[in-house]
Structure formats: C-alpha cells, structure tokens
Ligand binder design. Structure first.
Ligand SMILES: Cc1cc2nc3c(=O)[nH]c(=O)nc-3n(C[C@H](O)[C@H](O)[C@H](O)COP(=O)(O)O)c2cc1C
Length: 164
C-alpha cells in the first residue's frame, strides 16, 4: 500500500502528529508538507491522510495566514513557507485512493478544519476510509496534550488495518 500523510503546520504541532500517523501506518508511509506533496508524489497513493490546524474556527484561510505574516513578532514565528492545505486541496488532481482527515486544535473550540479537508478529498474522488480525527493542544501554539503522539500512531495503525 502506498500512503502519504500531507500536512499544513505553522508551529509544528500538526507536523508532529502527521509524522506519528505515518509511523503508525508503517515504514512505507511518508509525511509530506503541502510543498512536497506534488501531483507526482501522490499520483499512486492508495491512501491520503490530510491534516491542518484549526485557526479562527476554520481550516486556515489565506486571509488568516496573511494576518499572521503581517503580525510577525507578537508570537512565535509561524512557518508560512508552504502553501495552505486549502490551496493544496483546490489543486488536488482526481484520484481513486482512499482518504482521511485530521486537525489539531483546542479541546473545546467551536468550528472544524476537517469538514473542509474531507470535502476537498472527496471532491477529488478520494473516498473516506475513517472518521476524521482531532488531536488536542494545551496552549495557543501548543504543546500537544500528553499522549497525543501515541494516539496518532495508533490511529495510523488503525488506518492501515482498515485499508486491508
Ligand atoms: C492565531 C491562532 C488562532 C487559533 N484559533 C483556534 C481556534 O479557533 N480553535 C482551536 O481549537 N484552536 C485554535 N488555535 C490553536 C491551534 O489550532 C493549535 O495551536 C494548532 O495545533 C496549531 O497547529 P500547528 O502547530 O501545526 O500550526 C489557534 C491558534 C492560533 C495561533
């Protein structure tokens, strides 16, 4: 099985979860930034797992990313060097693998990033193999709650199993 875990991550929390999911899926799975996950890199993917942070109650918009770029200095510097998950999904070529979405976020926030992620994956023809997952941070910029990395690994293993 060829599996890729694609992520948007400004402060590293979603990247850490993505790597753990890939580990859980197995040695053949790769965690890729939206820059690395080119059409060519994912062309043969049987499974695409896509994740992003929940920012301002949504999958990060270009507007939110721009305001973070403009406000540099008031917070830990965000990594805005990769395209947004939103733009990656908009450019995702049609495929016929399976998919799953995840987000990192606070425990009790309204809103969802995975709704838009799942919509984008399904629009491109990637049918869902599992319900979307949430991974929780303790503060505005992280860190992840204790145990979340292990939970991500376990979810990766479950996804691999569901793929057969
Ligand atoms: C500007 C900003 C807005 C945020 N908005 C929300 C939000 O609406 N709901 C939520 O649950 N978490 C929110 N968070 C927390 C992030 O979702 C969390 O830190 C996430 O893990 C960041 O992922 P990353 O490190 O991969 O960029 C926000 C964080 C920041 C910095």
């Amino acid at each position: 099985m060829e599996a890729v875990v694609v992520y948007e991550s400004l402060w590293g929390n979603t990247a850490a979860i993505a790597r753990a999911i890939a580990e859980g899926i197995g040695p053949e799975a790769r965690a890729l930034t939206t820059t690395e996950a080119t059409g060519e890199a994912i062309a043969n993917a049987d499974l695409i797992v896509a994740g992003a942070p929940l920012l301002a109650f949504r999958l990060p918009t270009e507007k939110v990313r721009e305001s973070l770029r403009a406000n540099r200095g008031r917070e830990p510097a965000p990594d805005l060097s990769n395209p947004s998950m939103r733009s990656w999904l908009a450019a995702l070529p049609a495929g016929h693998g399976r998919s799953a979405g995840f987000e990192t976020r606070f425990r009790w926030s309204p809103g969802s990033a995975t709704a838009a992620i799942v919509r984008g994956l399904e629009r491109a023809g990637y049918r869902l193999v599992a319900k979307a997952h949430r991974f929780i941070v303790k503060g505005t910029y992280g860190p992840l709650r204790d145990g979340e990395i292990e939970r991500a690994r376990q979810w990766g293993a479950e996804l691999a199993k569901a793929m057969g």
